[in-house]
Design a protein around this ligand. Structure first.
Ligand SMILES: Nc1ncnc2c1ncn2[C@@H]1O[C@H](COP(=O)(O)OS(=O)(=O)O)[C@@H](OP(=O)(O)O)[C@H]1O
Length: 328
């Protein structure tokens, strides 16, 4: 009798337990579903964050690690790609005065020498930047390294590229001066510039001369980037009118013109414009001894021959750069 009268109560308890167990398993299934990522929108979905991530992955072909800006560091938005001995250090040091620019001091040589280290390494080299600050570096060898344009394009197709252009003949002499400072006693500029001096056959593959074949190098960049993404800085004017050149560079970078005349003074001893107050410093500052070396005297006939050699080759370059360099 007692067993019979307790039966509905047991049934109720059993039902209650069943309901609790069912709810519990539904919750577990939902959690599992979420953890397995089944809730992601489909690939064609319009979630901005997700799409951006996919796009970033696609454009980076070098090995990468970690998300962008995970440590306040970002890949560059602009690069000074050349030319060697054009005035690239001066341009970088001047640009550092701008509060919206963060620039790496050393040359990382990522796209020409250390590409295998991957974009994670490259990013880790960059200075920390605040949101909205432009990150940049300079490696003058990029301009003449064949693989570089494609690699930079694979990282970012929107990157802004700057090239400091100097008279190719003076540039060659400057390059040679640097080589002799490191390796004294090498043959003269005049003898290295020619394969055969008596026939006048110029050795265009000699590195100091090869770098000055601006049109040839630019052609490789134009296979990846439109001319509008490149800005040519006049190397000689960077010395005679640094504020003017910097004004045009700031316009190109889409930045406010903050670097002006008031930042520079002409140091007569150095013979170059110097900074009244460099970034992070309080005293006037000129570039070091390796900038502004005294060039050796070169036979004027050789200088003339080199000018004649460069002119037809680089004419197209001067037209495309849209500047009157004055030494064409
Ligand atoms: N403000 C200022 N101070 C000193 N030097 C200046 C400046 N502006 C431009 N220049 C010229 O820069 C030339 C060196 O170019 P780079 O910095 O591109 O050289 S490097 O490729 O990084 O070695 C360097 O070449 P040389 O004169 O042959 O040494 C300078 O002529």
């Amino acid at each position: 009798m007692a067993t019979f009268s307790n039966a509905p109560l047991d049934l109720r308890r059993l039902l209650q337990r069943l309901v609790i167990m069912l709810s519990f398993s539904t919750i577990c299934a939902s959690i599992l579903y979420l953890l397995l990522g089944r809730c992601e929108p489909d690939a064609g979905g319009s979630s901005g964050w997700n799409n951006n991530k996919t796009a970033r992955r696609e454009i980076f072909s070098a090995p990468d690690s970690g998300d962008a800006n995970s440590s306040g560091k970002e890949l560059p938005h602009a690069l000074i790609i050349g030319v060697k001995k054009g005035g690239t250090r001066a341009l970088l040091e001047f640009l550092r005065l701008h509060p919206d620019i963060r620039a790496l001091g050393a040359e990382p040589h990522f796209f020409d020498r250390h590409y295998a280290r991957g974009l994670g390494w490259y990013r880790s080299m960059m200075p920390k930047a605040l949101n909205g600050q432009m990150v940049m570096e300079k490696t003058p060898r990029y301009f003449v390294t064949p693989e570089t344009p494609g690699r930079i394009h694979a990282m970012s197709r929107d990157i802004k590229l700057m090239v400091v252009v100097r008279d190719p003949v003076t540039r060659a002499v400057s390059d040679y001066t640097q080589i002799t400072s490191k390796t004294p006693g090498i043959p003269s500029f005049e003898s290295l510039a020619f394969k055969n001096r008596s026939t006048g056959h110029i050795d265009s593959l000699w590195s100091p001369l090869y770098i000055g074949l601006y049109a040839r190098h630019l052609q490789r960049w134009l296979a990846y980037f439109p001319l509008s993404q490149m800005h040519f800085v006049h190397g000689e004017r960077l010395i005679s009118d640094p504020a003017g050149e910097l004004g045009r560079v700031q316009d190109f970078l889409g930045l406010q013109r903050i670097i002006t005349d008031k930042h520079f003074y002409f140091n007569k001893t150095k013979g170059f414009p110097c900074l009244k107050k460099p970034e992070g410093g309080s005293k006037p500052h000129c570039l070091g001894k390796t900038k502004g070396r005294t060039h050796p005297r070169i036979d004027p006939e050789v200088i003339q021959k080199l000018r004649e050699f460069y002119l037809p080759h680089n004419l197209k370059f001067y037209q495309m750069a849209g500047m009157d360099f004055g030494w064409q």
